[in-house]
Design a protein around this ligand. Structure first.
Ligand code: ARG
Length: 417
């Protein structure tokens, strides 16, 4: 009986070739594992293809709920956006896939797992660091990194081994999809000066072609998790799916990112993430109403750390646990409803309410019913400004004739004679 390898199988060219290649190179039986994170493909056809190419077994796992509840929603609660732009759809799916690969290898008695990543991307790092954390003894094989074939050679290899080419081989792009977003790379997109051609986008309408009438949508959150859409209670998967449709129709969620990869290269990445963009915006608006100033400021720092950690493949770390505990705790009062206006590529927050709102109309209003004690303001200003007055007298006014010169580029704030 030969050794078994569990291969993360997408049904695409590389992972299909990998089935044959693993058999030839390593004399192993291949178990194909296809993980559904909401990429809307024909999983029966993918399964059949794996078997046809020669897999011993082909498994398909519906991991949509796991993906949303254990990966996407915690990232939403954290407001995680890599470099302020990328909602991390792919990055969030890889640790989950690593976990399922490890579980399957254990169940099937396999001695190794394999993935189809090349040696230039982030995904290889995410897979392997996660797999090593969960099962340090498991061997990892990365065929596409080892075989050294160009794309042409891979196609030729497929031809020689009777491996059907993907029907969509016409697409010049490399695409990865999950419920949280779609990434598009390669081809003409590698020229950062070129505007992405319209055929890159399949989840979003061009803002110019979007409906002329604005649409409003209300999102209800409980402890930072979206649970209703327009007042209707929904599970995470259904809610995100519907919001992808809705916001995508209005041209929302197109992202063009000059991204810093973990492996040290800059890469031009196009994303479509209508639901992610809308939900992140809504969530932040609700936090703005329910968290204190200091909580908000600190949480923004955590958000940046959290996003980096996800991007860099460090999901299964104590550092992540610690940050996640903070994030979860921060969401205790992030409950309420946000109203968004979707219109020609723009998603705007136009209404918010929460039982835990820190907004006090009585304190904020300029109308009747003002409860703010304006007579207390001079005392506040006096004490707040005390160190400023002291420093201005002793240092600032002695240093410059003209206080405006502090920001003058020529004088650099120095007194000129
Ligand atoms: N640049 C993104 C990331 O690193 C997208 C990667 C897409 N992955 C892929 N195998 N096509 O998360």
């Amino acid at each position: 009986m030969s050794d078994k390898v569990v291969l993360a199988y997408s049904g695409g060219l590389d992972t299909s070739v990998a089935i044959k290649w693993l058999q030839e190179k390593y004399q192993v039986d291949v178990i194909a594992l296809t993980i559904d994170v909401g990429n809307e493909r024909d999983f029966t056809a993918i399964r059949d293809k794996a078997l046809k190419v020669g897999a011993l077994k082909a498994l398909v796992v519906d991991a949509k709920e796991l993906y949303i509840n254990y990966f996407v929603f915690p990232a939403l609660q954290a407001d995680a956006m890599y470099e302020g732009q990328y909602p991390l759809a792919t990055a969030l799916s890889r640790p989950l896939m690593a976990k399922l690969l490890v579980d399957t290898a254990q169940e099937e008695g396999a001695s190794a797992v394999a993935h189809g990543c090349t040696g230039k991307g982030n995904d290889q790092v995410r897979f392997e660091v996660s797999i090593n954390a969960l099962a340090p003894k498991l061997k990892i094989i990365a065929p596409a990194r080892e075989w050294g074939m160009t794309r042409e050679e891979t196609i030729e290899y497929a031809g020689q081994h009777d491996i059907p080419l993907p029907i969509t081989s016409a697409s010049p792009y490399s695409i990865d999809e999950s419920l949280w977003g779609k990434s598009i790379e390669c081809g003409i997109l590698e020229d950062p000066w070129i505007e992405p051609p319209e055929d890159v986008y399949t989840w979003t309408r061009s803002p110019g072609e979007a409906p002329d009438k604005a649409e409003y949508v209300e999102i209800g959150f409980e402890r930072g998790i979206p649970i209703t859409l327009n007042g209707q209670k929904m599970g995470g998967v259904g809610l995100i799916r519907q919001l992808n449709e809705l916001a995508g129709m209005h041209g929302i969620g197109r992202i063009d990112h000059m991204e810093n990869r973990l492996v040290g290269i800059k890469s031009r990445e196009i994303y479509e993430a209508p639901a992610a963009v809308a939900l992140l915006q809504a969530h932040q608006a609700l936090e703005a109403m329910t968290l204190a100033r200091d909580q908000l400021r600190f949480k923004q720092k955590v958000a940046a750390e959290y996003a980096d950690l996800i991007y860099n493949g460090l999901w299964f770390t104590p550092q992540h646990r610690d940050l996640a505990a903070y994030v979860r705790s921060s969401q205790r009062f992030v409950t309420g409803t946000i109203r968004l206006k979707l219109f020609k590529g723009n998603c705007t927050v136009v209404g918010r309410q929460s039982p835990f709102s820190l907004y006090s109309h009585g304190l904020a209003t300029y109308d009747k019913g003002d409860q703010f004690d304006q007579s207390a303001a001079p005392g506040f200003i006096h004490i707040w400004g005390l160190p400023v007055i002291t420093q201005a007298q002793v240092q600032l006014l002695g240093e410059t004739e003209d206080p405006l010169s502090i920001t003058s580029p020529e004088e650099g704030g120095q007194k000129t004679k």
